[in-house]
Write a protein that binds this ligand. Structure first.
Ligand SMILES: Cc1cc2nc3c(=O)[nH]c(=O)nc-3n(C[C@H](O)[C@H](O)[C@H](O)COP(=O)(O)O)c2cc1C
Length: 215
């Protein structure tokens, strides 16, 4: 899966060194092949019933990124980074259950009978749970794939910044995104022109509870 020229960093280095980078070298491009490799790595993330409801709308054309710029509050990384990936959640993603489970059968991971049972249960169950819950699932799965994409990029020597600062309704309209998709976040990916500023984290004792909240 990895492009051969890539010198991958070890996991702890990637996790510790990733920062949100907002200044990019506009001359540094990333090939579609390498972007696709990163997306493949990201898509190894887990998802509810393995339905993989994430979809990627990749902006790598400078003229198209200019159209995205005002929608993303004129955040300069949108035009300077090699690409911006709109991570979308597909509320009808569960309709891919037959494809997902047939692939598992072909790979020898489950029997035809088990797959058929899973397909029926998935299609029946997910089609009944309503748009709000499906969006909730798509946003959770979309968050997981987004994080994995940022780590995959960092491992390959690129930097990223996740962006929630954009107008979802205008994004949908401008790029004629069908209603079945919900925007999760935008992720700029490229070569840093300057490093991201360091940030701190809350002490682990403040955010962790063991075996319940009662003292
Ligand atoms: C969902 C989400 C939305 C964000 N939106 C923006 C944004 O619109 N613009 C921006 O510059 N940074 C944005 N950030 C980046 C955060 O500011 C950054 O992750 C946080 O300050 C921690 O810094 P670090 O990523 O360098 O560790 C966003 C992060 C997340 C997770």
């Amino acid at each position: 899966m990895a492009t051969t020229s890539v010198k991958e960093k070890d996991f702890m280095t990637v996790v510790r060194e990733r920062r949100s980078v907002r200044h990019y070298d506009p001359a540094a491009k990333i090939s579609r092949e390498e972007l696709s490799d990163m997306l493949k790595e990201a898509a190894l993330a887990p998802s509810s019933s393995n339905l993989q409801p994430w979809r990627f709308l990749v902006f790598d054309d400078p003229a198209v990124k200019e159209r995205l710029l005002p929608i993303a509050n004129n955040q300069k990384q949108v035009v300077d980074a090699a690409a911006v990936i709109a991570v979308l959640g597909d509320v009808q993603g569960y309709e891919n259950a037959p494809k997902v489970y047939k692939a598992a059968v072909e790979a020898g991971y489950m029997t035809k009978e088990i797959a058929q049972n899973m397909i029926e249960r998935t299609l029946t169950g997910y089609s009944q749970i309503g748009r709000e819950k499906l969006e909730h699932i798509a946003l959770i799965d979309g968050g997981l794939v987004s994080m994995q994409l940022m780590l995959a990029a960092k491992a390959r020597g690129y930097d990223t910044v996740p962006m929630g600062g954009f107008h979802a309704d205008r994004l949908m309209q401008e790029f004629e995104i069908p209603e079945r998709y919900v925007p999760v976040m935008l992720i700029a990916v490229g070569k840093a022109a300057s490093p991201g500023h360091p940030t701190t984290r809350l002490p682990i004792e403040d955010i962790t509870f063991w075996n319940g909240f009662a003292k």
